[in-house]
Design a protein around this ligand. Structure first.
Ligand code: KIV
Ligand code: ZN
Length: 507
């Protein structure tokens, strides 16, 4: 069976999703998990965009050694040079150059002729090629470009040294049949196409990103660009887990394989959801909470008799934990560590100690500690580990007669304990007002959601918020059995994501 290269762009196109900012450490954590998942290429960011983006791509290039690490650059000398600077220490570096090719973009945005664009593409691939062998080129908005013009550009960039040519459906406009025809046309009309891998990059505006990608590999493409949970610009990109599981489950039809360890899919999906703050819809294929739940009596009966009756994927294949063992107050450190290992976590000694203490505190409040509780607890540990301001105490009074009041104590960046109190329209508002008095960074709350991790009155509550400051959105999450405390943690988490809390309040 032929192998399809899985090019993951969660950290680049995925991060472009509105409100999905990740910090450098979070990007590294995801990149490490993508390596365990077995992706062939990680597009780690666009180094020219900002010093933060450069730093993240560069760190991933140095730390994550197995996959190809790719930096994106628009067709500009400075952007290509910066991409090279960022990826040059990678074991397997790649530069990905893109430039629009549709008349819509040429006329209305770039104000350049087709001839000028073709020349820019050729020059920038030549420039990248001086630095390294592995160069990818994308004619942006390819699906709305004149196919004859795409053939010319592809021929020119392959002559200039591009080893992968990627065909984007940038605005998610194409249908599987049309897109497949475009790919087939490329194989038939680009004379040097045998010297490059044909890749596809599909957006999901009409919900056809996965279908378009799969039709393309049927027609000869051998790289798919995709993201975990399908996150990305606007409606997102083709979802990695759907593409990979379609190829695996229907190998009889596609006769293609990938290098993905599918048992890492569920964990990767949870991690990306956790760190980006984008929750996965319950009915999402492969990784949604309902993807393997059978509600109807007839279906349940069938699955009990023989899973294959209604289940086309064994949940274990995508790494969904099979046992629902619960821990409790009397569970020891050893049992806790074992459970963590079964859930795929391996924590350093100090981290394990902290997590175990949190587990014990939780088990005091809650009779049964489930896998979901443990995942939530570990995520909370990860979130707080590099905080600049730390939440130390939350005290709230509220009710239908009194004025909601909150007293907050924090540990400041210099280690000092600071405290203040405030009134609010409700307990959460009072908490946020008190924190504002201490941290003093102006922002606007744009989203606030609370959900419970498990069923039951004693469940952990998870709060997700988004705040906006200077035009940038920051996501924050917090978990606790007390939802006011969870709200305070989520706010602290969002504030701590602002670059070094706006250089420790200089702004
Ligand atoms: O959607 C798109 O066209 C892109 C390119 C940069 C490949 O993301
Ligand atoms: Zn894209």
């Amino acid at each position: 069976m032929d192998k399809v290269t899985i090019f993951d762009t969660t950290l680049r196109d995925g991060e472009q999703a509105a409100g999905g900012t990740l910090n450098t450490q979070e990007k590294l954590e995801i990149a490490r998990q993508l390596e365990r998942l077995g992706v062939d290429v990680i597009e780690a960011g666009t180094p020219i965009t900002s010093p933060g983006d450069f730093e993240a791509v560069n760190l991933i290039a140095r730390e994550v050694r197995k996959p190809i690490i790719c930096g994106l650059a628009h067709a500009d000398a400075g952007a290509v040079d910066r991409a090279w600077e960022a990826v040059k220490e990678a074991k397997h570096p790649r530069i990905h150059v893109f430039l629009s090719s549709s008349d819509i973009h040429l006329v209305h945005q770039l104000k350049k002729s087709r001839k000028e664009i073709l020349e820019m593409a050729r020059q920038m691939v030549t420039r990248a090629k001086k630095y390294l062998d592995d160069v990818e080129f994308s004619p942006m908005d390819a699906s709305r470009s004149e196919p004859e013009y795409i053939y010319q550009i592809l021929k020119a960039v392959i002559d200039a040294g591009a080893t992968t040519v990627n065909i984007p459906d940038t605005v998610g406009y194409s249908t599987p049949h049309e897109f497949g025809e475009l790919i087939e046309g490329i194989f038939q009309n680009v004379p040097n196409i045998d010297r490059a891998v044909v890749s596809v990059h599909c957006h999901n505006d009409l919900g056809m990103a996965v279908a378009n990608s799969l039709e393309s590999v049927r027609r000869g493409a051998r790289q798919i660009e995709c993201t975990i949970n399908g996150i990305g610009e606007r409606a997102g990109n083709a979802s990695l887990e759907e593409v990979v599981m379609a190829l695996k489950t229907r190998a009889d039809f596609f006769n293609l394989t990938t290098g993905i360890d599918t048992t890492e899919i569920y964990k990767t999906s949870r991690m990306v959801s956790e760190l980006t703050g984008f929750t996965v819809q319950p009915n999402k294929a492969v990784v949604g909470a309902n993807a393997f739940r059978h509600e109807s009596g007839i279906h349940q009966d069938g699955v009990i008799k023989m899973p294959i009756t209604y289940e086309i994927i064994d949940p274990k294949t995508v790494g969904i934990p099979s046992s629902s063992l619960v821990l409790g107050k009397v569970s020891g450190r050893h049992a806790f560590k074992e459970r963590l290992a079964e859930l795929g976590y391996s924590l350093a000694e100090e981290e394990l100690n902290r997590a175990f203490n949190s587990f014990k505190e939780l088990a005091d409040k809650k009779r049964d500690v489930t896998d979901k509780d443990i995942e939530s607890l570990i995520a909370e540990e990860h979130r707080t580990v590099s905080e600049i301001y730390r939440l130390d105490r939350v005290q709230v009074t509220c009710g239908d007669r009194g004025i909601p009041t909150a007293a907050i104590r924090l540990t400041a960046p210099d280690g000092q304990i600071i405290a203040d109190a405030a009134l609010g329209t409700g307990p959460v508002d009072a908490v946020y007002q008190a924190i504002n008095r201490l941290v003093g960074v102006s922002n606007k709350l744009t989203e606030f959601t609370v959900k419970s991790v498990t069923e039951g009155i004693d469940a952990i509550g998870e709060v997700l918020i988004r705040i906006e400051s200077d035009g940038i959105t920051y996501t924050g999450r917090g978990a606790d059995t007390d939802i006011i405390v969870a709200s305070a943690k989520a706010y602290m988490n969002a504030l701590n994501r602002m670059p070094a809390v706006k250089k420790a309040r200089q702004v």
